[in-house]
Design a protein around this ligand. Sequence first.
Ligand code: PRP
Ligand code: ZN
Ligand code: MG
Length: 226
Amino acid sequence: VAPARDRLRIAIQKSGRLADPARALLASCGLTWRESRDRLFCYGETLPIDLLLVRDDDIPGLIADGVCDFGVVGRNVLAEQDAGRVAHDQASAFREWRALGFGKCRLAVAVPEGWSWQGPAQLSGMRVATSYPALLSRWLADQGVAAEVAFLSGSVEIAPRLGQADAVCDIVSSGGTLAANQLKPVATLFESEAVLAGPVAELDAIRGELAALLLRRLDGALRMRH
Ligand code: PRP
Ligand code: ZN
Ligand code: MG
């Protein structure tokens, strides 16, 4: 897909926690769209700012590849993929432009409820399941703890019950998912919320002007909320 050079393209989550608030925030900036039949693309009507509806995990890569100019995504996803790039000696290809104030959650290590927690050293020699291997590996290294990081793309919380892992490192919002799996959070690695992600560098002239307009309206909308 070639990037649209005279229109701005923003990636948002197709379904999930951030989907509706992301769209509502952009709508409050005065944007309106005409939806494609498959509901994956929304063509900007009032302004040449289009939406692409995708999986949240794909958003940083779409920005890195220049397919989209901006995206609304959790800081956790952005940080994990940036840490993954750094670990592979790749340059940063996206950055946080604005914090958006919704979708607040944290990345936490959680252990079975029966454990009495004595601190990170307790994880030595253990296997920890996570969808955030780069952030978890960095935290373990900072703590000086040698533990095995087991990557799972989803359903991380059931790994201990299945005997796949001793502990987990996952996103906690209400805490309901952990509780339902008899796990308790014991350490917070990272505080997260939805952010507007964009390129590291400035945009070219036409899209740069559109981006400046969008950011002015976004900042106004964010101020009204606080
Ligand atoms: C996260 C996490 C848990 C859930 C925890 O997934 O992986 O499944 O939220 O939320 P809770 O504490 O309110 O129960 P999420 O649905 O945000 O993202 P994903 O589908 O991209 O993994
Ligand atoms: Zn996801
Ligand atoms: Mg999940």
